[in-house]
Design a protein around this ligand. Structure first.
Ligand code: G1P
Ligand code: ZN
Length: 544
């Protein structure tokens, strides 16, 4: 085996986004493209000698090739040990769990989350640190800086490592352990939730559920946990076989893309509970019988009922939500008398708060919920939390929500996405909004008046780091909000996200249709941004 030093030239597009580096597969397939980025990670880490790395991905096309390359580069960088998921598979939450459980130095996760996969699809790579969470901006900035002047990378010339046999092998001096992709994660879930109560619910004949793995990574996890350990009937897990192209689908668990599940859950014979997870297993969607739970409400309900799960019976240290996420959880935090933090979009901003013990529970409106059990959001964990709540409360999903709104009031919430907008038009819209921000405070819009408007910036309360330009927000005096942001995860054109929220205390109005309840605010958002005139679009690409 020889160590090769390969001369290369920097690529100028390797700046990590909201969640690592995401590009079209064809971009990653360019000679040296993946290698450059991996070398930049290793260079930014400085000393990898003898350390333990975790490696796995969501199984999408190019996962296996990338793993072979990364193993050979890790050996060249001097890592002592790499834990690799069986067949290269680790869901994002499982990777976080494995990093923490085995006290690894860090991990490389290969995923483009919910973005479509296959030869024409997307691929992605991100680095997680020793706490199991996505690298903080300081590190992703350091990686990016290294990509800008990289001149060479190091790789061991060796045969490919078989990924399909559990157990140990070596690559040069480096030990490789092929580990069961599900085991550590499933054990952790058993330690957090009341499996006996959930088993009784799932294996009985009065309760019926479906879980849609969307042909992505959660299939094996859901089969093992829901069907094997919790006794849900075989067939509970839909689309449970992971495919390299996710079956041609778009594995984003929302009302638009999880159509198989949505059809079932809104049919006449709908099961009692439905859930789905995304490409890499960190997102979740929760549905009741003909009933959709917004991720923001799901976070609030979990916060309010956290003590029902054994892993959380002592209560929550605090909660955190990303800025555009609805303020429903703020009301629960207030009632519980615990802190509620508002962070920029992206899971990496929760890491410091969890490490410092300030928060237990975190969530984003983008179908992401999780807790300090790991440092990633966690799809199946959220599903199990809901099952735990349902098993203890013996009520339907809808009953639980109606009661919740009755107690705390309802935060009506929607997000309108305009995907694949011409980048320069999107920039222009944001620049114009930016100039508006300084002038809106005090202005009336219909029955509402603007209380504040700004471009959100965040100072991390733990390390003092400042993140600016995190989205334009307009807050009204009655608690309603409009937020505008550009996506940081897309790979084609720009995606403009418009988030709209209004608080309703009146119980008689809680069952209104969301789009109807928010119609006036949606109108204001459209008018302020000029999105429809400037893009020629008549409606959003996706409404959640
Ligand atoms: C999106 C979501 C964000 C989430 C991220 C990674 O990022 O909006 O909440 O953390 O995916 O799953 P965006 O495309 O908006 O930058
Ligand atoms: Zn994901």
């Amino acid at each position: 085996m020889t160590l090769r030093t390969v001369p290369t030239k920097p690529f100028d597009d390797q700046k990590p986004g909201t969640s690592g580096l995401r590009k079209k597969v064809s971009v990653f397939q360019q000679p040296h493209y993946l290698e450059n980025f991996v070398q930049a990670i290793f260079n930014a880490l400085e000393n990898c000698k003898g350390k333990t790395l975790v490696l796995g991905g969501d199984g999408r096309f190019y996962n296996r090739q990338a793993i072979q390359t990364i193993l050979k580069m890790a050996a060249a960088a001097g890592f002592g040990r790499v834990l690799v998921g069986h067949n290269g598979i680790l869901s994002t939450p499982a990777a976080s769990c494995v990093i923490r459980k085995h006290s690894a130095f860090g991990g490389i996760i290969l995923s483009a989350s919910h973005n479509p996969a296959g030869t024409d699809g997307d691929f992605g790579i991100k680095y997680n640190t020793t706490n199991g969470g996505p690298a903080a901006e300081k590190i992703t900035d350091a990686i990016y800086a290294r990509t800008r002047y990289l001149q060479r990378y190091y790789i061991l010339e060796a045969d490919d490592v078989p990924l399909d046999t559990l157990g140990q092998t070596r690559l040069g001096e480096m030990r490789i352990e092929i580990i069961d992709s599900v085991y550590d994660y499933a054990e952790m879930m058993e330690s957090l939730f009341n499996f006996a109560a959930i088993r009784q619910l799932c294996s009985g004949n009065t309760f019926n559920m479906r879980f849609d793995a969307m042909h992505a990574v959660t299939g094996p996890y859901a089969h093992e946990i829901l069907e094997k350990r919790l006794g849900a009937p075989v067939g509970t897990v839909m689309n449970g076989t992971p495919l390299e192209d996710f079956g041609g689908g778009h594995p984003d668990p929302n009302l638009t893309y999880a159509h198989d599940l949505v059809e079932t859950m809104f049919s006449a014979q709908a099961p009692d509970f439905g859930a789905a997870s995304d490409g890499d297993g960190d997102r979740n969607m929760i549905l009741g019988k003909r009933f959709f739970v917004t991720p923001s409400d799901s976070l609030a309900v979990i916060a309010a009922n956290a003590r029902l799960a054994p892993g959380y019976h002592r209560g929550l240290a605090g909660v955190a939500r990303s800025m555009p996420t609805s303020m429903a959880v703020d009301r629960v935090a207030q009632a519980l008398n615990i802190d509620c933090y508002e962070t920029p979009t992206g899971w990496k901003f929760f890491g410091n708060l969890m490490d410092a013990g300030r928060v237990t529970l975190c969530g984003e409106e983008s179908f992401g919920t999780g807790s300090s059990h790991i440092r990633e959001k966690d799809g199946l964990w959220a599903v199990l939390f809901w099952l735990n709540i349902l098993a203890v409360r013996q009520q339907s999903v809808e009953e639980i929500l109606l009661e919740h709104w009755g107690k705390y009031g309802r935060n009506f919430y929607t997000r309108h996405d305009y995907e694949n907008v011409d980048s320069s038009i999107a920039k222009d819209i944001m620049a114009q909004l930016h100039t508006h921000m300084a002038t809106l405070a005090g202005k009336p819009f219909g029955t509402r008046r603007v209380a504040y408007s700004d471009d959100f910036s965040y100072t991390d309360p733990i390390d003092g780091s400042v993140s600016t330009g995190q989205g334009m927000r307009i807050g009204f005096e009655d608690g309603a909000r409009i937020v505008f942001r550009l996506s940081g995860t897309g790979t084609e054109g720009a995606t403009l996200r418009i988030y709209v929220e209004a608080y309703e205390a009146d119980i008689a109005k809680h069952t209104q249709d969301t789009q109807h309840a928010l119609a006036d605010l949606i109108g204001i958002a459209n008018q302020l941004s000029g999105i429809r005139e400037k893009t020629g679009r008549t409606e959003p690409t996706v409404i959640t």
